[in-house]
Design a binder for this molecule. Structure first.
Ligand code: GTB
Length: 216
């Protein structure tokens, strides 16, 4: 069985691990599964061959023995179901870990993406100064709630799971704004995720791609 994922040939973040292939690489590393990476230019992502894998022309995608997936939620969930190490065996604990994956993607990530849009993509618009505090406050509200749940625990629900993998991946995107560091328990939670050997391997692999000299 060969697993192939797609990633940016050159990520806009220069290899800080913020592009979404990092969470898929991390899941594969946690599961101990080897994988190969097909690197794509922005142009190639919009060509028919890639659109057949992801109709939205985005990375990452995941291929394994005739199965093709897109959406990191679906990909990480598939990896976690297929291989041991990312979801608990006990049915209730498993359902709760899956709930945290959805919470990361549906309840926390949208606020953080809005903040990125407001700060980076729309930062020069005339209305940006008015909008930014509102968007920032929505992120703070979610992080306050998440921090109140986590308290001083290492992980969201007992042992590390795909729920933590997804939540840490999502929270990392809030760090450049400085808001993550306003919540020391969450900043420490993210640091625990980043310290995991599997995360470090995933981060190093995407960094190597993004710091390699251009081909030719
Ligand atoms: N919901 C989808 C998923 O979870 O898989 C979203 C996938 C997605 O947004 N992919 C982005 C993409 O392909 C790359 S990760 N964008 C190109 C396009 O849409 O044409 C998003 C991303 C990009 C850059 C940074 N960065 O520079 O920090 C971080 C994250």
């Amino acid at each position: 069985m060969t697993i192939t994922i797609t990633a940016f040939e050159r990520s806009p973040d220069g290899g800080k691990g913020l592009a979404r292939d990092t969470r898929v690489r991390w899941a594969l590393e946690e599961a101990g599964q080897p994988y190969t990476v097909r690197l794509l230019s922005f142009g190639a992502m919009k060509e028919a061959a890639h659109l057949a894998l992801n109709p939205f022309g985005q990375i990452p995608t995941y291929e394994e023995d005739g199965l093709a997936l897109f959406e990191t939620g679906a990909i990480v969930f598939h990896i976690a179901q297929r291989f041991p190490g990312l979801l608990p065996e006990d049915p209730h604990s498993r359902a709760r870990a899956i709930t945290w994956m959805f919470a990361a993607l549906n309840t926390v990530e949208p606020t953080i993406l809005d903040l990125f849009t407001a700060r980076v993509l729309e930062g020069d618009k005339p209305w940006a100064a008015e909008r930014l505090p509102l968007v920032g406050e929505r992120v703070r509200s979610r992080l306050r709630q998440l921090s109140a749940h986590l308290k001083d625990a290492d992980w969201l629900d007992g042992a590390f799971s795909a729920g933590d993998l997804m939540m840490v991946s999502v929270l990392l995107r809030a760090r450049p704004s400085g808001i993550l560091d306003e919540f020391p328990k969450l900043a420490a939670y993210v640091a625990r995720g980043e310290a995991r050997p599997a995360y470090r391997r995933a981060f190093a692999a995407q960094l190597a791609v993004n710091t390699a000299p251009p081909p030719g």
